[in-house]
Design a protein around this ligand. Structure first.
Ligand SMILES: [Zn+2]
Length: 184
């Protein structure tokens, strides 16, 4: 089966606030599995449900698997929330939904997060550095916030212009694809 496509900026679905997951159904478990496959395929270290068009508070993450010799160890976060933040860190971020762009973002250096797993068990974790950044980036997605919403207005508008031009070029070069009504 084809993998779910990742929505890309400026798709308006990326700006929605997602709803909490209620009962953890087979459908939710299947979506989490789909998201894990997309994350490894792209490749990325985190993916939030709104990025595949589902406005629910579900995230998958694996911050270690790209390191040499590391094994895949996907984490599924149901209704994750940040309980506490501390310190400051500047991290160069990118996003599967924001093509061809990276920028420095100021984040909390440490976070305490709470989430449920697919069995409904509650977990709390203290994270720092990359892992803390990843939690904040993914939970932002659930609130309709992209990392480019957290950089200077000038940097953001330069990217938005560049992205618009790239999309115009894509449409000119592939008129057939544009006619399908696919969100670009
Ligand atoms: Zn992202």
């Amino acid at each position: 089966m084809a993998l779910r496509p990742v929505l890309q900026f400026p798709d308006p679905r990326l700006k929605r606030k997602s709803d909490p997951v209620g009962e953890i159904t087979d459908e939710i478990r299947a979506l989490a599995q789909d998201m894990i496959e997309v994350m490894y395929d792209e490749p990325g270290i985190g993916l939030a449900a709104p990025q595949v068009g589902e406005a629910i508070r579900l995230v998958v993450m694996d911050t270690g698997w790209t390191e040499e010799g590391a094994e895949k160890n996907p984490l599924v976060l149901v209704n994750p929330e940040i309980l506490a933040k501390g310190g400051e860190i500047t991290w160069t971020e990118g996003c599967l939904s924001v093509p061809d762009f990276q920028a420095d973002v100021e984040r909390a250096a440490r976070v305490r997060v709470r989430y449920r797993d697919l069995e409904g068990r509650e977990h709390e974790e203290d994270a720092s550095e990359l892992r803390a950044v990843c939690f904040q980036h993914e939970i932002d997605h659930l609130d309709g916030v992209l990392f480019i919403d957290r950089i200077s207005r000038l940097k953001r508008s330069l990217y938005v212009q560049r992205r618009k031009k790239a999309l115009e070029r894509e449409r000119e070069e592939a008129p057939a694809a544009a006619k399908t009504g696919r969100a670009l």
